[in-house]
Design a protein. Structure first.
Length: 220
């Protein structure tokens, strides 16, 4: 396992913390090396039990590279919780939660599994949404690649890193007249904007509903 060498006190390997970050975040970044060149690709993800699934086009670098065999990836997810303003420039920071996963991503070839996962992607936009829209047709399925990334097992390295709480100023700086504290940052869903007539379904953006909460106050 690759152990981070800096700020190790912010690292946890608890499965619950890892899954919570993956389930709350709506976008991940996938690092891959294709033809000797590094690429970092933003994409959607969803977690189903102990697997993380990635969404891509079959014509994308990631989709093409995974056709012949599983490919090594580094998946990162970050959630920003606050701006930490200290009395000194050096101790300014961010409150955040992040996940890093090193694993082999395999193309999902089973049609039933692929259909279930694509429905789970749509459900991230709204509870029951997969039953409120037309499902993918054969052409759309052929154009869509789904890759499965295991979260446990041999060859899998995962870590969660987080910071919470107020700034940690040097004791000598505490008497300085500069303002210090935390500016909370949240991702929130605005009111839906209909495209056409009809009532707005309930349950849209359930992954954002719980974000309207007080910022964490415990220090670390």
């Amino acid at each position: 396992m690759l152990l981070p060498s800096r700020l190790a006190e912010r690292i946890t390997y608890a499965d619950g913390a890892l899954c919570a970050v993956l389930d709350e975040a709506l976008v991940c970044h996938v690092g891959v090396v294709v033809d000797g060149e590094p690429h970092v690709l933003p994409t959607m993800h969803c977690r189903v039990e102990d697997r993380l699934y990635l969404h891509a086009s079959t014509a994308s670098r990631m989709g093409l590279a995974a056709r012949s065999a599983p490919m090594r990836v580094c998946v990162t997810v970050s959630i920003l919780d606050g701006l930490v303003l200290a009395r000194s420039a050096f101790h300014h920071s961010l409150n955040y939660r992040s996940v890093v996963i090193h694993a082999d991503a395999a193309l999902v070839r089973d049609d039933e599994e692929k259909a279930r996962v694509l429905a789970a992607f749509v459900e991230r936009a709204g509870a029951g949404r997969s039953d409120q829209c037309r499902g993918p047709n054969a052409r759309e399925l052929a154009a869509t690649a789904v890759l499965a990334v295991p979260l446990t097992g041999d060859g899998v390295d995962t870590a969660v890193k987080a910071r919470t709480g107020p700034p940690v100023d040097d004791e000598a700086d505490l008497a300085l007249p500069h303002w210090a504290g935390v500016v909370p940052v949240q991702l929130v869903a605005a009111a839906p904007r209909p495209d056409g007539d009809g009532p707005v379904p309930s349950g849209l953006a359930p992954t954002l509903a719980h974000l309207d909460r007080p910022a964490p106050r415990d220090a670390s």
